[in-house]
Design a protein around this ligand. Structure first.
Ligand SMILES: [Fe+2]
Ligand SMILES: [Fe+2]
Length: 317
C-alpha cells in the first residue's frame, strides 16, 4: 500500500502538469486547442483524471496512517523544473514530461490474443521517442498558435504532435496502473485493503479505457499523418489499412490467452504477473519512459525500495 501511495503521488505530479496546461482551466491555449482536436471534452477528462489521482494519493496516505502505518512523502524529490511555457506553474516537479519515450505496445497488446504473462511480444503502435508531451516554451511552441485540422504551419504540427503524444502517454500510464493494481491485489491479506486495491484499480482501468478511445483520434482521419518537425515523430493512419491489431475503434480488450494453455481465450487485464505488472516492473517502465529524467540517485533508491517491498508482499494461504 505504501508503494501504491508513492505511485499515486507520482501519477498526481504528472497529471497536474497536464492539467495546468491542458485541463478545463488550462493556461496554454494552443495546447488546449490541439488536445480538443482529439476530442472536445479532453480538457474535462484531463481535469477529472487529475482529481482522481489527487484523491487516490490522499486517501492511501490517510488510510496508511489510520492503520498505524507510515504515509509516503516524496516532497524532497520535487526538484525537476517545470516547463517554462505559458500555463505551467513554476514549481518543482517529481516527473519530467519533456522527453518521453512512450511504450505504445499496449495498443497492439490489447488488440492481440497473446498475453505478455505467457511470453507475448507486441509491436509499437507509434514510435514516440524523446518527444515532449507538454509545450516546451513560448518560442518553440507559442500558446497563440492556431490549431486547424490538419495542422498547416510548422508550429501547429509541433503542438499537435505534442498533444498526440500526451494522449498516448495517458493511455500508457493508465494501462500500467490497471495492471499494477491487478498484480498488487494478489498480494493483499487484509480484506479491507483488498477492497481498496480493487476499488481504486477499477478506476485506473476506467481511465485506461477512456484514453484508449481518445488516443485513437491521433491516428485516424482527419488528424492522422502529423509529423513533429523537430523530433520527426509521426502519427500514421492506423486505419489504413485497418487490421485487427491496428484499427482505432477496437478499444475493448480482445479475448487473450490467460493463466495457461488449454483454457479458452478471455477478455482480461494483462499483464498481471509481478514480473511484468508489479511494482518494480512499473518503476522500470516509468524509468524507460524517461518520466524520471533528471531525478536523483536517492529518488531511485527510495522508489525502488518501496517497489521491492511491495513485490515481496505475500498473501500467505
Ligand atoms: Fe490513481
Ligand atoms: Fe490513474
Amino acid at each position: 500500500m505504501q508503494f501504491l501511495a508513492a505511485a499515486e503521488i507520482l501519477e498526481t505530479d504528472l497529471w497536474q502538469q497536464y492539467n495546468e496546461l491542458g485541463g478545463v482551466d488550462g493556461g496554454n491555449a494552443a495546447y488546449v486547442a490541439a488536445l480538443q482536436n482529439l476530442d472536445a471534452d479532453m480538457p474535462q477528462y484531463i481535469t477529472d483524471n487529475t482529481d482522481d489521482e489527487v484523491s487516490h494519493a490522499a486517501f492511501l496516505n490517510a488510510y496508511l496512517m489510520s492503520r498505524g502505518a507510515d504515509p509516503v512523502d516524496l516532497d524532497e524529490f520535487r526538484t525537476l523544473p517545470s516547463s517554462p511555457a505559458t500555463g505551467a506553474r513554476q514549481v518543482g516537479r517529481l516527473t519530467n514530461l519533456q522527453k518521453l519515450v512512450v511504450d505504445t505496445s499496449f495498443y497492439t497488446r490489447y488488440r492481440s490474443s497473446e498475453n505478455p504473462d505467457l511470453g507475448g511480444d507486441f509491436a509499437q503502435a507509434v514510435k514516440i521517442v524523446n518527444q515532449p508531451a507538454i509545450p516546451v516554451n513560448d518560442t518553440e511552441t507559442p500558446p497563440s498558435t492556431g490549431q486547424p485540422v490538419p495542422p498547416v504551419t510548422s508550429a501547429a504540427r509541433r503542438m499537435q504532435a505534442i498533444a498526440n503524444t500526451a494522449s498516448f502517454h495517458f493511455g500508457y500510464i493508465e494501462q500500467g496502473g490497471a495492471s499494477l493494481y491487478s498484480s498488487m491485489a494478489l498480494k493483499v491479506r487484509d480484506l479491507e485493503v483488498l477492497r481498496i486495491v480493487i476499488s481504486i484499480g477499477g478506476v485506473e482501468t476506467d481511465h485506461f479505457s477512456l484514453w484508449h478511445d481518445k488516443l485513437g483520434n491521433a491516428v485516424a482521419q482527419p488528424l492522422a499523418g502529423v509529423t513533429d518537425p523537430v523530433t520527426g515523430v509521426t502519427f500514421p493512419d492506423l486505419n489504413n489499412p485497418a487490421t485487427e491489431l491496428s484499427q482505432t475503434n477496437k478499444i475493448l480488450p480482445e479475448p487473450a490467452d490467460f493463466l495457461r494453455n488449454g483454457l479458452p481465450e478471455v477478455s482480461v487485464m494483462r499483464p498481471t504477473l509481478t514480473e511484468n505488472a508489479g511494482a518494480v516492473a512499473t518503476i522500470k517502465s516509468f524509468t524507460a519512459d524517461r518520466l524520471f529524467e533528471g531525478q536523483s540517485k536517492k529518488f531511485f533508491a527510495t522508489v525502488t525500495a518501496l517497489a521491492e517491498a511491495a513485490d515481496a508482499a505475500r498473501r500467505g494461504f
